[in-house]
Write a protein that binds this ligand. Structure first.
Ligand code: MN
Length: 314
């Protein structure tokens, strides 16, 4: 299934296609066997859905098949995660990206931080999440300081059943599904948590494709275009540490809770973004996530249905 959050944090099933030009959405909120709560901060109904999805899958699937889909441009899609306890993100997880970071760090830091060249996980603030109808807002202070702010387009796993000390074998059973994430990052000497946690620096979407439908997470094509130009293109078979291994590794450090968000690492091709840019990320079988970039001195422009071209807000 493709599970979406939309409008007043309602639950939707996306049907009829992988791309938002052909797909529609069915409101399946009322098929939940427990009360829905539109308050995004409590989020208990959502965590329960993540934890117990196997128990309600058939009822939700039936409701999706019985309902009448509305065109996607008639709803406001939200990030397909609600108040997760944490965003865990993998670093240095594609060899070609690790290689390119030597040059990026030399340019932006004047030195290479060798400790950052090895796989590990770090935390990004959940308040950085943004949805498919939002914008990426670049903080004026970072722009005025002359720091580059980069895109990273990543496969993201949403935790279903959580756990501690999860063995690698069976770790993928703890994943509810997958979505597209942009790990927006300031290149500066500050700590990762500061550089990657500004509001809107964790866009997610367009929805969760559940694990059974997403297929092998080690065979997904990731492609990112900025203003129509290719920036990143990779297959997840090149991940140095696979999704199951990341789940296991992180869970040996901290208990993973239902609904937690796991970024799996940046492919090669990271680079600067600027106000006026439009980021267009696609992952096979997961859909497409398009967001414009602006600085924090300009108002947003709602949710245009066609974001294939720059919006000209620079
Ligand atoms: Mn990243």
């Amino acid at each position: 299934m493709k599970l979406a959050l939309f409008d007043d944090h309602r639950l939707g099933a996306v049907v009829g296609g992988d791309d938002d030009s052909t797909a529609g959405l069915v409101d399946i909120t009322d098929a939940l066997p427990w009360p829905h709560d539109p308050d995004p901060l409590t989020a208990g109904w959502w965590r329960r859905l993540c934890r117990d999805f196997d128990q309600v899958r058939d009822a939700l699937r039936d409701a999706a098949a019985a309902g009448s889909p509305v065109p996607l441009d008639e709803v406001r899609l939200l990030a397909p995660a609600l108040n997760p306890s944490k965003i865990v993100a993998a670093a240095s997880n594609y060899a070609a990206h690790v290689e390119e970071m030597h040059g990026v760090q030399q340019r932006t830091l004047g030195r290479v931080e060798s400790w950052m060249m090895h796989f590990d996980v770090f935390l990004k603030s959940p308040s950085a999440m943004a949805g498919p109808c939002d914008e990426i807002v670049l903080p004026a202070a970072e722009l005025e300081a002359g720091h580059e702010i980069h895109h990273e387009s990543e496969l993201v796993a949403i935790v279903g059943r959580g756990g501690k000390d999860i063995p690698v074998a069976g770790a993928l059973d703890h994943v509810l599904g997958y979505t597209i994430g942009l790990d927006i990052t300031v290149r500066s000497p500050a700590d990762r948590s500061r550089r990657k946690s500004h509001d809107t620096f964790a866009p997610l979407g367009p929805w969760i494709t559940t694990a059974d439908e997403a297929g092998d997470p080690a065979d997904l094509d990731i492609a990112l275009q900025v203003n129509g130009t290719d920036r990143q293109r990779v297959n997840t078979r090149d991940l140095l540490t696979g999704v199951g291994e990341i789940v296991s590794y992180a869970s040996h450090m901290m208990t993973l809770l239902p609904g937690d968000v796991l970024f799996t690492g940046a492919p090669p091709g990271v680079g600067p973004i600027a106000p006026g840019d439009v980021l267009d990320a696609r992952i096979s079988r997961l859909g497409r996530l398009r967001l414009p970039v602006r600085d924090d001195g300009l108002p947003g422009d709602g949710c245009p249905t066609d974001r294939a071209v720059a919006t000209g807000t620079a």
